[in-house]
Each structure stands twice: as structure tokens, then as C-alpha cells.
Design a protein around this ligand. Structure first.
Ligand code: ZN
Length: 468
């Protein structure tokens, strides 16, 4: 696999540090509000990258932090008369809930900054001891001048950066480029004990401390939005490497989401949260909208785009339904026909192209085009009656594996497609059973079976399973 590295600004062969184990860290959200659709992009990119590496046979550890201490969280708490912890918990829970609705699974570790204060203090203390950081008043700053490689990720010269920088009122730092590692406590703000007095960590240092803790020095991939390159990632590198820890081997930055399209901007304000979009659109449509552009490209995001991808995933879903219908009752071990084999050959060629696309810097746009291409071909074969039951089953199995890598599993499933009338019959059957009217309950069970479903009784109700 070749992966673009923002540090060297070229695609390089990706070989993990630890044999078959891939180590990844992505910057997660600061939880002071519902997660914005723009923050969902790095989440989707990281989860799909994880799936892709897993499909290659790697074991993956993906760490995605949650910043639960920050000015914006404290300010929101103060404005609403609530403890900052309550604000952070509310929106961290909401973030996990909203992103889980995408059906992509979770990162392996989701560390909270406030649970890593000791690791942060240890890292800062090391930097102070080595002369890369200094205390000024109640704060501790990183000394940019002490580390000669500052600017290497964002490709900026220190002299030029210093020209544009300024020192805010109340800051005691020696150089406008120096950045806070530890912020002395202000009245009414949360604070922890430290060798430099009461205070709280700066934002950048938490990502160095947590990535190094969970993944070790020289881990494979550090990701996040392009907007984090400077100063956040530049600072993470400076702190970590000045502390003697080689940092990430690859920097993976996703392009920004552009929401300026007319239709989106005219719509209600809260449409821009992930939550509000998932209330209106299927998760698969949103995933396809993200994956339809290369992760490094800017993405023009709009209601039109979502409507288009919704149609695409619906067509894909229909192909799976057609295959399931055709495959129903396929005799075990039945031989494939020549026509089946022709469709499977086309699918294999598409699969090869799909693999090549993903191996080329995770080109999900090209990979997704192969999926939609194969869907058209399979649809045509189904319409022409070219697939035998065994052939349809084989195609379905193959295609299910392909879409899993892109996190589109839901289009192959049928659990959320149970028709309302079937659910109504199941409800009626439950009522009949409760009333001990077994003749009626049996008749309803038969009618449900007739419709292609099986109702099973489970401890707190029933479960409906599609049987064909
Ligand atoms: Zn970060």
C-alpha cells in the first residue's frame, strides 16, 4: 500500500512499525457542542482506514482522543451555570452516540484528556528539565527556539512565522511563537496540582501524551483535518521530538468540508450537526458522500450530494435484495453455470480494481465507483435472468465482503427493512399470545412466514428475521 505523508509531501510505501500491527492516532473532538458534520469526516476516514488495514490482515490499534478540558467547554459551563465536567460529559456522550450511528464501529481507545493529567505533567517536566520549556508566571511554555526543526510539517520558516505572531495580553511568554504546555489556574476554572502550581494542560500537549502512551514512540499514522497542521500538529511534533520521542511515521490529513453551497446554507442552522443529518439521511448515504471524494480533497457538501448518494446506496441495496431473492433456496453445493461464472469474473476484475484503488493512498472514490459499477452489472444479470440461485449466492457473498471495507454493510443487511405490516402482525400475535388465543397467534405466525419472515419470541418481546 502507498500512503501520502504530509510531512514528506509524497506517497510512500506503507510498512507498519510492528510487523502486522498498525498503530494510528487521530485527533478527536473538543466536546463543547454536538459534533459538526465537518468533524465527522476524519472520524469516517480513520474508521475506513482501519477497516482497510484489517482487510489486508493487519491488526489495528486506532486511538482517537476526546478533548474534555478547553476554554470553550469552561465558557459554556459558566454561561449556563453548569460544571464544565457536566458539559463535557453531555457532549462526549452525544459524540459517541452520533458517530456510533454511522455503523463503522468505534476506535480502539478513546482517551479523555482529563484522565491523563499525570502523563501530561511528566512529559512537560521532561521538556523543562531538558531546557525545551520554561515557566513564566503561572504558565509553562514550549521554547520554540530550543528545537531546530520547528515548522517542518507546515513548511514554514520560523522567522516568517514570528513576523506574523503576537503575544496576547496577560501572556508571559518570551517569544510570540512559544506555546502553552501548562496554563496556570484562573479564578473559577478547573485546576490540577503540578510542579508549577495549580493549572490545566494546554491542548497540544494532551495529544502528544496520549498518542505516546497508547502507541509508543514512532507510531505509524497520525491523522486529522488539514486545519490542524498548524499550529496543533506542528506543536505536537515539537513537544514529542524535543522530549526524545520520534513521533508519527506518516501524517494523514483530510481535506476540509465546504458547506457554502446555496441549498445547505439556506436550510436551518442545525442541519450542520452530524446528528441532524443522520435524523434525515441513512448513515450509508453519508458514508458514501464522504467516500465519494478522495480524503485529501476538499469536499463540497450539500443536501443535493446526500440525495444523490442516498439514491446510489438504494440501488446497491436493491441489488442485494435481488440477489437474496434469487439466491433463496439455493441447493447446497450446486454447480455454477457458465453465465454465473461470467458475472463472477466481472466481479473479480472489479474487485482487483477496488483493491488497487484503496492501495493507492486509500482512494475510496475510485473504489466506490467500482462498487457501483459492479452493482449495475449484477443488476443487469439479474434482470436478464442470467444468475442461478447458486450464482446469486456466490455473488452476494463476494459483494458483501467488498462493501464491508467501506463500512457499507447495512446495504447488504435486511434487518432494518422489515415492512410495517409484518411488524404489525407480529405485534398482534404477541397480543394474541398474551390473551392465550393460540389459534390466532399461530395463524398470524403463518401469515408472517407467508410474507417471508420468521417471528421468534425473545425474553422481552419478539425478533423478526427475514427468511428469503
Ligand atoms: Zn490532537
Amino acid at each position: 500500500m502507498r500512503l501520502y505523508d504530509s510531512m514528506t509531501q509524497e506517497k510512500k510505501d506503507f510498512v507498519p512499525r510492528d510487523g502486522d500491527h498498525v498503530t494510528m492516532y487521530f485527533c478527536g473532538p473538543t466536546v463543547y457542542n454536538y459534533v459538526h458534520i465537518g468533524n465527522a469526516r476524519p472520524y469516517v476516514v480513520s474508521m475506513v482506514a482501519k477497516r482497510y488495514f484489517e482487510s489486508l490482515g493487519y491488526r489495528v490499534t486506532l486511538v482517537e482522543n476526546i478533548t474534555d478540558i478547553d476554554d470553550r467547554i469552561i465558557n459554556k459551563g459558566n454561561a449556563e451555570g453548569r460544571d464544565y465536567r457536566e458539559v463535557a460529559k453531555q457532549f462526549a456522550d452525544a459524540y459517541r452516540e452520533d458517530t456510533s450511528r454511522l455503523g463503522l464501529g468505534r476506535p480502539d481507545v478513546e482517551p479523555l484528556a482529563t484522565e491523563h493529567i499525570q502523563e501530561i505533567i511528566d512529559l512537560i517536566a521532561g521538556l523543562v528539565a531538558e531546557g525545551h520549556a520554561y515557566q513564566a508566571g503561572p504558565d509553562v511554555y514550549f521554547d520554540v527556539d530550543s528545537w531546530g526543526e520547528y515548522g517542518k510539517l507546515s513548511k514554514q520558516q520560523v522567522a516568517e512565522m514570528r513576523h506574523g505572531a503576537r503575544i496576547d495580553v496577560g501572556d508571559d511568554k518570551a517569544d510570540p511563537l512559544d506555546f502553552a504546555l501548562w496554563k496556570g489556574a484562573k479564578p473559577g476554572e478547573p485546576a490540577w496540582d503540578s510542579p508549577w502550581g495549580q493549572g490545566r494542560p494546554g491542548w497540544h500537549i494532551e495529544c502528544s501524551a496520549m498518542s505516546l502512551k497508547y502507541l509508543g514512540a514512532g507510531f505509524d499514522i497520525h491523522g486529522g483535518g488539514r486545519d490542524l497542521i498548524f499550529p496543533h500538529h506542528e506543536n505536537e511534533i515539537a513537544q514529542s521530538e524535543a522530549a526524545g520521542k520520534p513521533f508519527a511515521r506518516f501524517w494523514m490529513h483530510n481535506g476540509m468540508l465546504n458547506l457554502s453551497s446555496e441549498k445547505m446554507s439556506k436550510s436551518v442552522g442545525n442541519i450542520r450537526t452530524l446528528r441532524s443529518i443522520l435524523d434525515k439521511h441513512r448513515p450509508e448515504a453519508l458514508i458514501a458522500a464522504f467516500l465519494g471524494s478522495h480524503y485529501r480533497s476538499p469536499l463540497e457538501f450539500s443536501e443535493d450530494l446526500l440525495e444523490e448518494t442516498e439514491q446510489q446506496v438504494d440501488r446497491l441495496r436493491n441489488v442485494f435484495r435481488g440477489l437474496a431473492d434469487r439466491a433463496a433456496g439455493a441447493p447446497a453445493g450446486a454447480a455454477l453455470t457458465a453465465a454465473d461464472q461470467a458475472v463472477l469474473d466481472k466481479l473479480a476484475a472489479r474487485h482487483t480494481a477496488f483493491d488497487e484503488a484503496l492501495a493507492d493512498d486509500l482512494n475510496t472514490a475510485a473504489a466506490l465507483a467500482e462498487v457501483f459499477g459492479v452493482a449495475r452489472e449484477v443488476n443487469a444479470a439479474l434482470a436478464a435472468g442470467e444468475l442461478s440461485a447458486a450464482g446469486a449466492a456466490a455473488v452476494r457473498t463476494e459483494l458483501t465482503g467488498v462493501i464491508h471495507v467501506l463500512g457499507l454493510d447495512a446495504v447488504a443487511g435486511t434487518e432494518d427493512e422489515i415492512p410495517a405490516e409484518v411488524v404489525a402482525m407480529a405485534e398482534e400475535r404477541r397480543a394474541a399470545r398474551a390473551a392465550r388465543d393460540f389459534a390466532k397467534s399461530d395463524a398470524l405466525r403463518d401469515a408472517i412466514a407467508e410474507a417471508g419472515y420468521e417471528v421468534r419470541d425473545v425474553p422481552d418481546g419478539f425478533k423478526i428475521i427475514r427468511t428469503r
